[in-house]
Write a protein that binds this ligand. Structure first.
Ligand code: NAD
Length: 362
């Protein structure tokens, strides 16, 4: 297979972690006999400095031409007070919209060697293995009207939570399709006791579920879901939810398993004629200016994102499994960066990357 990948390292530790992820991908491709072509582009703070915008037209063109995009992170302290259009983070919103990636998938699973890094008791968290499927391009983050108007006592702010049937349907279909490759259970999360928006959400999810009779569906109100995620995270397989609820719940999910540096994510769009899903793959963490350039960052979230890319965009499930198994084996060897190893000598970013490459078996 020919893999045509755009790499956008971005800012801070994004550069270090994507460097290791690319080396792992090269190794997998070599071992499995695939040819891989990398192009590189600018996004975030580095793009503002070089081109005056966080998402240059050149980058957009490259992203639309690639099979998949691997992104590091964006954000630099020097842009903290810049206007919204000139903030590195705006680059992320723009690339998601340009690529039409409407579903964000965040796998949350525990690794045995890291159980003690979880804030939850081992007995509660062990065996957790879910994917949070968050709608990414609709809902209250994009709805209009929005804004702040008036002055003094009359000043008011408006945001609009809006979903069309089509938007709910496509992300639901993706969640049910994914469930078929796992434990065949979807939990749809909404606030249908209060919001009309959620009532439509629930209605459409139920309709879509009829095309997937082999997948069990249950519904949960978002406040209860926030509680169940810490009381009994093992009960979840696929969690399907709208944009803002997913934003909040997926960060809650992120801390269940230890370090934020461990977590991959995949943002997926429509299927292409080839049957592959368009995809933007990135670790969940940010640019971590406090440790940037020090060879300290945990690269496993970025490397896990490569596994997700192999699986979802290229359908290379064996290669994806080989990367995930290599990650587990490196954790079992205790080759851990400082975020996972508060005492003793931690491994560097490069050492962890090299250990993953050495552990790949295909
Ligand atoms: P952050 O994720 O960058 O860092 C939070 C904490 O986690 C820091 O202490 C950091 O050192 C640590 N950390 C993060 N990733 C790590 C890794 N791979 N290995 C070891 N430790 C890791 O979040 P923040 O500090 O809130 O934000 C910093 C910048 O990143 C801001 O500009 C923010 O807007 C941006 N940001 C970008 C993204 C993204 O690109 N997707 C996501 C979140 C934040």
């Amino acid at each position: 297979m020919n893999l045509n990948i755009l790499v956008l390292p971005g800012d801070g530790i994004g550069v270090e972690v994507t460097g290791e992820a690319v080396r792992v991908l090269r190794e997998v491709a070599r071992a499995a006999g695939h040819s891989v072509r990398f192009t590189e582009g600018l996004i975030g703070g580095v793009a503002i400095k070089a081109e005056g915008t966080p998402f240059p037209a050149k980058t957009e063109k490259l992203a639309l031409a690639a099979d998949a995009v691997l992104l590091g992170a964006v954000g630099l302290p020097e842009f903290e007070n810049a206007p919204p259009e000139l903030r590195p983070e705006r680059g992320l919103l723009r690339i998601r919209a340009a690529m039409g990636v409407f579903a964000n998938l965040r796998p949350v699973r525990t690794y045995k060697p890291l159980l003690d890094s979880s804030p939850l008791k081992n007995s509660v968290v062990e065996g957790t293995d879910m994917i949070i499927v968050r709608e990414l391009t609709g809902g209250i983050y994009y709805g209009t009207p929005r804004g702040i108007s008036g002055e003094g006592a009359e000043e008011r702010a408006v945001n609009t939570m809006t979903y069309s049937r089509a938007e709910i349907e496509r992300v639901s279909r993706m969640a049910f399709t994914l469930a078929r490759t796992r434990r065949k259970k979807v939990t749809s999360v909404d606030k249908s006791n209060v919001l009309e928006n959620s009532q439509l959400w629930r209605k459409v999810v139920i309709e879509v579920s009829k095309d997937f009779p082999d997948v069990a569906l249950d519904h949960m109100l978002v406040d209860n879901c926030a509680m169940q995620l810490v009381l009994n995270p093992k009960r979840f397989d696929i969690v399907l939810t709208e944009n803002m609820f997913g934003d909040i719940l997926s960060d809650e999910g992120a801390v269940l398993t230890g370090s934020i540096g461990m977590l991959p994510s995949a943002s997926i769009g429509e299927k292409r004629p080839s049957g592959a899903w368009t995809g933007l793959y990135e670790p969940v963490h940010g640019s971590a200016p406090d440790i940037a350039g020090q060879n300290k960052a945990n690269p496993l979230g970025a490397i896990g994102s490569v596994a997700a890319m192999l699986e979802y965009t290229f359908g290379l499930t064996n290669e994806a499994a080989a990367v995930n198994q290599a990650i587990e084996s490196v954790l079992a060897q205790g080759r851990l960066t400082a975020d996972l190893k508060p005492v003793g000598t931690p491994a560097t970013t490069e050492q962890v990357g090299a250990a993953v490459r050495a552990a790949i078996q295909l």
